[in-house]
Design a protein around this ligand. Structure first.
Ligand code: G
Ligand code: G
Ligand code: MN
Ligand code: NA
Length: 254
């Protein structure tokens, strides 16, 4: 209960900050980043989502917290539109099943885009396979409605959860993210290699872009590139950094 009050208080006092991990095309070009939430405790240490996302989910506070992340991300996108080096990048935001379950989720996202002036085609929403356990027709309807406005969807942690391949083709996804548990054992482990190859083949058939997460070594990168993965994310290329630092490193004069 005390932790919950802390979380509520943190949302009100804007103690959360957006961090961003870069994503690169196989040719080495920066294509965008994934927004990752951090909490700053009274100017002290930075706390990762492992410490608060569970509580945010169980208390329902993930809904206002997620709305805040979406709004801040859209503000960043609107700012980036004025910087030639950042204007072509996409930002991916993690969206929890609870957020998506809100009856007015579509309207909220569209209102945030309008308020901030962010370009919808620069925004990607990352869902996890937990949405397969939701009201599937409702989720598909919301995805189509947002996609009609050029917002795209990515399926995060692919292969770890409730993977139903029959659902996969019914969801209007643009992208799959190969979970880092599969990437970790590349290229030595034959099972991991076969799984990654199967995911890449499936994605090609369904015309989905693939992002590999957790790429830490050149050998992993080489395997992924050789097998047709289009986008790479991981410590080999860059850790998540504060959004301001991301802009300093990758932006021009803004
Ligand atoms: O940031 P880390 O690097 O520790 O992320 C851990 C997990 O927390 C990720 O799997 C990610 O899905 C989740 N996460 C990070 N930021 C957010 C967020 O803004 N919203 C939600 N729902 N999950 C997030
Ligand atoms: O949303 P998701 O679960 O995919 O969030 C990505 C998580 O993976 C974050 O916690 C991020 O800090 C972490 N991460 C990103 N790149 C790497 C990596 O190369 N290695 C490891 N071990 N973790 C990573
Ligand atoms: Mn993610
Ligand atoms: Na993931």
């Amino acid at each position: 209960i005390e932790l919950e009050r802390d979380l509520r208080d943190g949302i009100r006092r804007q103690r959360f900050e957006l961090h961003c991990q870069p994503q690169f095309g196989v040719g080495g070009r920066l294509v965008g980043g994934e927004v990752l939430l951090r909490s700053r405790h009274a100017g002290l240490e930075l706390v990762g989502p492992a410490e608060f996302i569970g509580l945010a989910e169980s208390s329902g506070l993930i809904v206002p917290l997620g709305a805040m992340v979406l709004q801040e991300t859209c503000r960043v996108l609107a700012r980036w539109a004025r910087d030639p080096k950042l204007a072509c990048l996409t930002l991916a935001v993690n969206v929890s099943a609870q957020q998506l379950r809100q009856a007015d989720f579509v309207e909220r996202v569209l209102a945030t885009l309008v308020e901030t002036g962010a370009a919808p085609h620069r925004l990607c929403l990352e869902l996890t396979e937990s949405v397969f356990a939701e009201d599937v027709e409702d989720v598909i309807g919301k995805m189509h409605a947002l996609r009609a406005h050029a917002v795209s969807f990515s399926l995060d942690d692919f292969g770890t959860g409730y993977s139903s391949l029959s659902y996969l083709k019914r969801f209007p996804l643009a992208e799959l993210k190969i979970d880092r548990s599969f990437v970790k054992d590349l290229p030595g482990d034959a099972n991991a290699g076969a799984i990654v190859d199967a995911i890449l083949g499936l994605a090609r058939t369904l015309k989905l872009q693939v992002v590999a997460e957790g790429v830490e070594t050149e050998a992993q990168r080489d395997f992924l590139v050789a097998h047709g993965c289009g986008v790479l994310q991981g410590y080999l290329f860059g850790k998540p950094v504060a959004m301001e630092e991301f802009e300093r490193v990758w932006g021009g004069a803004m």
